[in-house]
Design a protein around this ligand. Structure first.
Ligand code: SF4
Ligand code: MG
Length: 336
């Protein structure tokens, strides 16, 4: 089939001094060949943890995939050893991070870092690896790649560093690229160039992309499908068109309302959603968004909203969509 990655009921928790944080609480989604899935939400919603769980780039001792499965090309990833994961990372599933300066080594030339990555996964000579590295740097838009391989990170601009990180991630031709806020630190013009670069790479190689972002502009520009996450759960999932033109979850509507308008030259002030996400040490019994939701009903505080299908490709977890909501809770008789 075309499905590469299948995540089913994923739960990830962290042990901290303050107790156990349930960062991801039952996330399911699929990723098909050649498509781009965006995972959006505020910071702390579990989007980065979900992404890092794919290749288990999580703190080894304090984090735990406590439930669920991640299948890649039919193979269960949650049970792989660290050695098997190392083989998988880069050659099958590659990560791209927000900040190249911390993700890459500033004391080793970028050529060495790219060549190292190639040799780790392919049995080829250094000369052949150097050739591949040069080609890849050229492909991501770095001119004079032969010469620039000898340079160090600090000799490149922010946008160029991001291109280098993408080159390193893509050089072993993985099937999946996972990019965590890859454009957040960049100015708008450079952001647009990096998004174009992802699209070009996808067109050329057929790679599937998961992009983690809080920026709906990035989603609109590059994704096919979107998962909206809130408090460790996917609250709404659909195609970009469905989410932007027919949002159902009050949280999705709030995110869209706070998006700067691109079609007007006046930059409107952001209208952030009032309130803060719940404490994930002790997640609420009912809907996690209830405290911030204008539509909250009594049932919302009592029971987690079930998933409802809006269409074959669009689903939402909100009691407003479920006709049973009016029967789940009978308000007590007023007694005076
Ligand atoms: Fe609001 Fe209730 Fe829907 Fe949660 S389930 S988003 S509280 S209406
Ligand atoms: Mg993050």
């Amino acid at each position: 089939s075309d499905v590469l990655l299948e995540v089913d009921n994923l739960h990830v928790s962290f042990t901290t001094h303050g107790g156990v944080v349930k960062a991801v609480r039952g996330v399911s989604f699929t990723l098909s060949k050649g498509e781009t899935l965006a995972i959006v939400g505020e910071s702390g919603c579990g989007k980065s943890v979900t992404a890092r769980s794919m290749t288990r780039l999580l703190p080894e001792h304090s984090s735990k995939i406590s439930q669920g499965s991640i299948r890649y090309k039919g193979r269960e990833l949650t049970i792989l050893s660290e050695k098997q994961l190392r083989e998988l990372r880069g050659s099958e599933i590659s990560m791209i991070f927000q900040d190249a300066m911390t993700a890459l080594n500033p004391t080793i030339s970028i050529g060495e870092q790219i060549i190292e990555g190639i040799i780790r996964h392919q049995k080829i000579s250094r000369a052949e690896a150097r050739k591949q590295a040069t080609e890849m740097l050229g492909l991501v838009g770095i001119s004079n790649p032969e010469m620039r391989l000898k340079q160090y990170l600090h000799e490149f601009s922010g946008g160029m560093r991001q291109r280098i990180m993408i080159a390193i991630a893509a050089v072993c031709k993985p099937s999946v690229l996972i990019a965590d806020e890859p454009t957040t630190a960049l100015d708008v013009t450079i952001q647009a160039q990096i998004i174009e670069l992802f699209k070009m790479l996808q067109k050329k190689t057929g790679v599937s992309i998961i992009i983690i972002t809080h920026d709906l502009g990035v989603v609109a520009n590059m994704a096919d499908r979107v998962n909206v996450m809130y408090a460790g759960k996917v609250v709404e999932a659909g195609t970009v068109d469905e989410l932007f033109h027919n949002p159902q979850h009050p949280y999705t509507k709030g995110l869209l309302a706070s998006m700067p308008r691109l079609d007007t030259d006046k930059s409107l002030p952001l209208t952030p959603i009032a309130g803060t996400p719940p404490d994930l040490f002790a997640p609420p019994q009912g809907c996690a968004f209830a405290a911030r939701c204008h539509y909250a009903m009594e049932v919302c505080g009592l029971y987690q909203p079930p998933q409802s299908a809006v269409s074959g490709s669009h689903s939402v977890a909100c009691w407003l969509q479920d006709p049973r909501s009016q029967f789940v809770f009978q308000p007590p008789m007023k007694s005076n």
